[in-house]
Design a protein around this ligand. Structure first.
Ligand code: SF4
Length: 519
């Protein structure tokens, strides 16, 4: 399907190739072009999306955002050469080159490593090169990151980088100092859930005709991909994404901070923004959202701890992992400092496990292609860390199953922050926790067949023995880490019989995981 016209007789010489996650009104390649002499090329490459088991909702988001963006560009006067349901990228490209006869091809910087090489080789047979313009959906530059390195640091800490970004953007700053007298209000953002908590209703996201078409296409062409599409509620146009953000700022922003780490049975979202999918596909810009958040604080509509936490996620953490990825790839993707080698557990594929917290997290992943950050980090990720799941396989799983996941997002988040497999570049200590943490921050344990207080025995929570076994397996390494001294001292202080029993229970669990059995 070609959504708009070709360019015969139009004298077009520039092609801007828009990638699937570059659906941004700030597209930097388009910014330097004029409508009369430019053709926008967009290709729905089915082969590349069939290569990996991507969640069906992720596929709907990507294709629908592309079609919505093409329509928006057309309405804005651009001529878009759109190739839908394209089985043969080379043929689509050849057709475009034949009709548009470009003398130059531009694209915005690819988000994932290796993507630009694939575009380059596809164009090479046409004797065309491709030039990249800067990525428009980030606030930082490689220089911002490099400058921190150049001060002689072995690693750049997120905290230093974040402060630099606050100064650079002026967000939540007053007279060169952070608003409220501190850079970080995380201490205020660790409330456990309260009994009977009620959360705002979900906004209605209109199912536009192009979304309906894409849902039918994904069901038809990707029937074996994981996940369900269900009532699709992810915005796929700029207008719908802005409306979704409006709803967050009106109903959730204020309480986002305190309950950021809370988990409540049956509640996927709580006060989280769920804006990451729209941001990472290009529909929303992190800076505009941070400015909205700051305005909410200045107007007295949202508390500072919530607003600062939200701003830190976007101009701090998101930018930090983006810069880490591009500075350390490609070798970063293969890091496995802790030598973890278990396969991804069977229940990460179908959600069938007796662990109530895991079952809930996998239900959200299956039905939404999304789970909030503490379910990712402390339920799904923490389990993979302490059980010793292969970091590359785990990164792939998060990338394929989450609607906001890309290689650039998941490599530093999973290999670095979650699995501590990067040698401590992203975080100086692993985010390892026993059932205590999940029991404190959720109401899952009361409905679980396992006992969060027990470490040994058939009904003992698997997180407990795996946690201590993790300390034992890496005792020598963690003993040298000041931030791990407490659990290591605790482990060393236990009597030999208890240690043996814990390690036997963990070995039994790990053997089951290795054999693909359920726990
Ligand atoms: Fe999860 Fe363990 Fe609590 Fe069950 S008891 S919900 S497995 S932390």
């Amino acid at each position: 399907m070609k959504r708009t016209n070709d360019s015969k007789g139009g004298g077009a010489r520039t092609t801007v190739w828009v990638a699937s996650d570059h659906c941004t009104p700030h597209h930097s390649a388009l910014a330097g072009c004029d409508r009369a002499s430019t053709r926008v090329l967009m290709i729905e490459s089915l082969a590349s999306w069939r290569e990996k088991p991507y969640h069906k909702r992720k596929l709907v988001l990507i294709f629908a955002a592309m079609r919505g963006f093409a329509d928006d560009l057309g309405a804005d006067g651009w001529t878009v050469d759109y190739h839908a349901e394209c089985d043969d990228l080379a043929a689509a490209l050849a057709a475009h080159v034949a009709s548009a006869v470009p003398t130059r091809v531009l694209t915005m910087m690819a988000s994932d490593y290796g993507e630009i090489d694939r575009m380059r080789s596809a164009l090479a047979i046409h004797d065309l090169e491709i030039a990249e313009t800067p990525h428009a959906n980030f606030v930082s530059t490689g220089d911002d990151f490099a400058e921190l390195f150049s001060r002689g640091q072995a690693r750049v800490t997120m905290e230093n980088f974040y402060r630099k970004m606050r100064k650079k953007t002026g967000l939540l700053m007053e007279g060169g100092e952070p608003v409220g007298g501190a850079w970080n209000f995380d201490a205020d953002n660790r409330e456990p859930p309260k009994k009977g908590m009620r959360f705002p209703a979900e906004p209605i996201v209109p199912i536009r005709p192009h979304v309906r078409d894409v849902i039918a296409m994904v069901e038809r062409l990707f029937p074996d991909h994981p996940g369900v599409i269900g009532d699709f509620d992810i915005p796929t146009t700029r207008a719908d994404a802005l409306a979704y953000a409006d709803d967050f700022f009106a109903h959730r922003m204020d309480k986002f901070g305190p309950y950021e780490d809370a988990m409540v049975r049956g509640e996927a979202r709580l006060y989280h923004s769920k804006l990451s999918a729209a941001i990472n596909v290009g529909l929303l810009h992190p800076l505009e959202l941070c400015e909205r958040a700051e305005l909410a604080y200045r107007n007295g509509d949202a508390r500072l701890a919530s607003v600062e936490g939200f701003v830190r996620q976007l101009i701090g953490w998101r930018e930090y992992i983006w810069q880490t990825y591009w500075r350390l790839m490609p070798e970063y993707r293969d890091r496995n400092t802790l030598g973890a080698d278990l396969p991804v557990p069977a229940f990460y594929l179908d959600g069938e496990t007796d662990m109530a917290c895991q079952r809930e997290a996998h239900r959200f992943v299956r039905e939404l292609g999304w789970a909030h950050h503490i379910l990712r980090l402390m339920v799904l990720g923490n389990f993979a860390l302490i059980a010793g799941i292969d970091p590359q396989a785990m990164t792939d799983w998060f990338w394929y199953m989450f609607v906001d996941g890309y290689d650039w997002v998941m490599a530093p988040n999973v290999i670095g922050m979650t699995l501590h497999a990067d040698g401590g570049f992203v975080g100086t200590k692993p985010y390892a926790a026993s059932a205590n943490y999940i029991n404190k921050m959720s109401d899952y344990c009361s409905g679980c067949r396992y006992d969060p207080k027990k470490t040994i025995g058939d009904d003992a929570c698997p997180y407990n023995s795996l946690y201590w076994d993790f300390m034992a397996r890496h005792e020598e390494r963690f003993a040298k880490n000041m931030r791990m001294s407490l659990p290591i001292r605790n482990w060393r202080g236990r009597d030999p019989e208890t240690k043996l029993a814990i390690r036997e229970r963990a070995a039994e669990l790990r053997a089951k995981l290795r054999a693909g059995e359920r726990i």
